[in-house]
Design a binder for this molecule. Structure first.
Ligand code: ZN
Length: 347
């Protein structure tokens, strides 16, 4: 059945609040599924903690920024460290045992009757993009903490079948070091030791940034941040929708079927410098023009991948189905030496 997508309405705060509350309730129900009953006073706790306190905390985190007037909290920045400290205190308030790993991820563990059972991980990221929305990342962390806090206050912790751990990942966005998922890669044990030597725009390396914040990470010690797969039961995350689709069709909540994977490419287009007045058009090799053509072609490929399929219905090993939903975009372009040198010759 075709899904008709109406015109996108402006994102209203009330809609977002409703979405948030529904998300929290669904999320809480989900992790409480092993419980047969709720403790007394549940309704007030739901209101006070899952709604009021949760929303207040998300707003509080939304104000912790390195920039004036908008939200910016990149990996291990001063604001990021303040946010991590606050999150850790909320975890402790909810009864979680906390620690910070070698990559600056904040962890909180909520023990169960069977402490050796595989743990359920719940998490999201505490860093942001530049000029971020306050729900991005924060919502997943705060919702998880709130849900466990209710569990503790209801006296239901002992009924948990397995430990639950909340992780606030230090880096997901990759803004500072232009490499995404530093935090979760360390937890997954797939962060290469060589990553410690990458530098941010100021020239400081990842290892130096960690050290400045009292986090000693070496190639050898990175393995300490890794979770063994057999110790994990599963991972769930509550996240604000990062696109307009759910809101445009009027759905307050969705369950993801997968997650976007991304490849970032840096492409160099080489041309040759030519005086704007004396190199005729048929001899020009302008890289800006070639770049523009490439960008248009890329757009066309992603909008109509079927047009690029070969006789066997494939395109570079990808099938028609796997190309559905493909997104490509060019976000940055720079020209060197960037001289205009442009004038008209008049005869
Ligand atoms: Zn996010």
């Amino acid at each position: 059945m075709a899904l008709s997508v109406p015109k996108i309405a402006p994102f209203s705060p009330i809609y977002r609040l409703k979405t948030l509350i529904v998300s929290i309730i669904i999320f809480t129900t989900f992790i409480f599924v092993s419980c047969a009953e709720r403790g007394s006073g549940g309704d007030e706790l739901y209101r006070e903690i899952l709604r009021d306190e949760t929303v207040a905390r998300i707003k509080e985190l939304g104000k912790i920024s390195d920039a004036e007037g908008y939200l910016e909290r990149t990996f291990l920045s001063p604001a990021s460290m303040r946010a991590a400290e606050l999150i850790q205190s909320w975890m402790q308030d909810a009864g979680l045992k906390t620690w910070v790993d070698q990559m600056g991820n904040v962890h909180g563990r909520f023990e169960a009757a069977n402490s050796t059972a595989e743990a359920l991980l719940i998490g999201s990221h505490l860093d942001t993009v530049i000029d971020a929305g306050m729900y991005d990342g924060s919502m997943g962390v705060v919702c998880a903490i709130s849900a466990l806090k209710v569990f503790k206050l209801n006296g239901m912790q002992g009924k948990l079948q397995r430990p639950v751990e909340v992780i606030a990942f230090s880096d997901e966005e990759g803004v500072r070091f232009q490499t995404t998922f530093l935090g979760s890669s360390a937890v997954a044990g797939i962060l290469s030791g060589s990553a410690l030597q990458i530098s941010d725009k100021s020239g400081i390396t990842l290892q130096e940034v960690l050290r400045e914040n009292s986090l000693e990470a070496t190639e050898e010690s990175l393995v300490d941040a890794k979770y063994e797969p057999e110790s994990i039961w599963g991972y769930i995350e509550v996240h604000i929708e990062q696109g307009p689709v759910l809101e445009s069709v009027g759905y307050p909540l969705g369950i993801v079927k997968g997650i976007a994977g991304q490849t970032r490419l840096k492409v160099t287009v080489k041309g040759s410098q030519g005086h704007a007045g004396t190199v005729p058009m048929f001899m020009r090799q302008d890289p800006m023009v070639a770049s523009a053509e490439l960008i248009v072609l890329l757009e066309s490929l992603c909008k109509h991948p079927e047009s690029f399929l070969a006789y066997d219905d494939q395109c570079g090993g990808f099938t028609r189905e796997s190309l559905a939903g493909l997104v490509c975009t060019v976000g940055e372009i720079s020209c060197w030496p960037s001289a205009s040198n442009l004038f008209l010759l008049l005869y």
